[in-house]
Write a protein that binds this ligand. Sequence first.
Ligand SMILES: [Zn+2]
Length: 480
Amino acid sequence: MRMKYITVIGLEVHAELSTKTKIYCSCKNSFGSEVNSNCCPNCTGMPGSLPTLNEKVVEYAIRMGYATNCTINPVCKADRKNYFYPDLPKAYQISQFDIPLCEHGYIDAVVDEEGNTKRVGITRIHIEEDAGKLIHSESFSGSLVDLNRCGVPLIEIVSEPDLRSAHEAKAYLDSIRAILQYLDISDCKMQEGSIRCDVNVSVMPEGATEFGTRCEMKNVNGFSAVERAIEYEARRQIEVLEAGGTISQETRRWDDLAGKNYLLRSKEDAQDYRYFPEPDLGAIVVPEELLEELRATIPELPGHKLLRYMKETGLPFFDANLLCENPDKADYFERCLALGRCQPKAVSNWLLGDVSRILNEKNKTLADTKLTPEKLCDMIALIEKKTISNTAGKTVLEEIIWSDKTPDDVVKEKGLAQISDTGALEAVVRSVIDANEKVVNDYRGGKTNALGFLVGQCMRQSKGQGNPAVIRELLEKALG
Ligand SMILES: [Zn+2]
């Protein structure tokens, strides 16, 4: 009988911070500049140039620490991690070794649509510098190097091996990304490599008390690639064990296109890097007042907000999750609710439906529009009071979103008010019945779905302004 295995996963997330300048020099921190244009003697590793710490990097990292329930070490230091690679001209990276800026935290990642959460321990968050980028091309032999990324500030967020499935890993990464976005400390652009992930995987037989030997996959790009990489690696390890083999500690390269990984090297240990305190930088000391100030900047975080929306407004996970995706959208939603003019589900439907569609078509955000929460809610209230139809609501939205007009202005201007007056609608119903003898006979002969067609005809004749419920009632009365 095959044994059952448990997969154990730990993640190291590298997130580029969106500070204006690099971590140890005043070069611009921006993606997509001309190659080797954001460089100076310091970030290209020229002998004799000295690093100066960008304090913003420390502040951003501390905010991430508070947002993930970490203890902040007010006194810490930078350390040299020595290794050679052509994208690292200094042959060392300034990182943090034994005293990270933040440690012993956790986040509660939402793992399913019922709003259940999984607590994932955060071992540490430290600051470090990024390396450059090698450029390979088929048009020349050898490789080129772009050093613009050297010295771009990173935080490395190391999780405890608390994750047990690819799905949980994805949920954890989604939470990390959402927190970074809410704190506005990273642009989180996966396609530009702003978030990269090292994945540690081991397996152990069910009931075992000790973890198996783990393998690491470096720089897996994209969260769904992380899921695929975990599933592949767990399967590979189980197959090795089932065949009587043992797992050796290795670094493997994930090839997402091929859906496989390959052995890169047997895993290095910390001692291979010969860490030592960075002699060109002093201790990092964060004053108590600054810590307090930074702690006070932490907003309500997306996971908490999501669960609160589900609980307080009864919104399903799908809606609540989309609303919380971006702090501006969530803020807008809450301003609408605070007005108390319409149902939360109606606000959510409009925001996630037609409003998002219009914004996407024009590649704009809510801030670019003239759609105040007041105007949106007034429009929805007109539908809820049956003054206008849902279809007319869409027409109103298209106008009020870009202009100073109120929903009432547009309803008047375009004559969109719904006709619920039975006197006016009776004439419409009469003429539709007269013009559709065959359908009317079908209906009387028992084809009840013929009624829908007749309602549609009446709506058309009233130019969409007839109240469909009233029309249906009148039709039923006339034909009954
Ligand atoms: Zn520089």
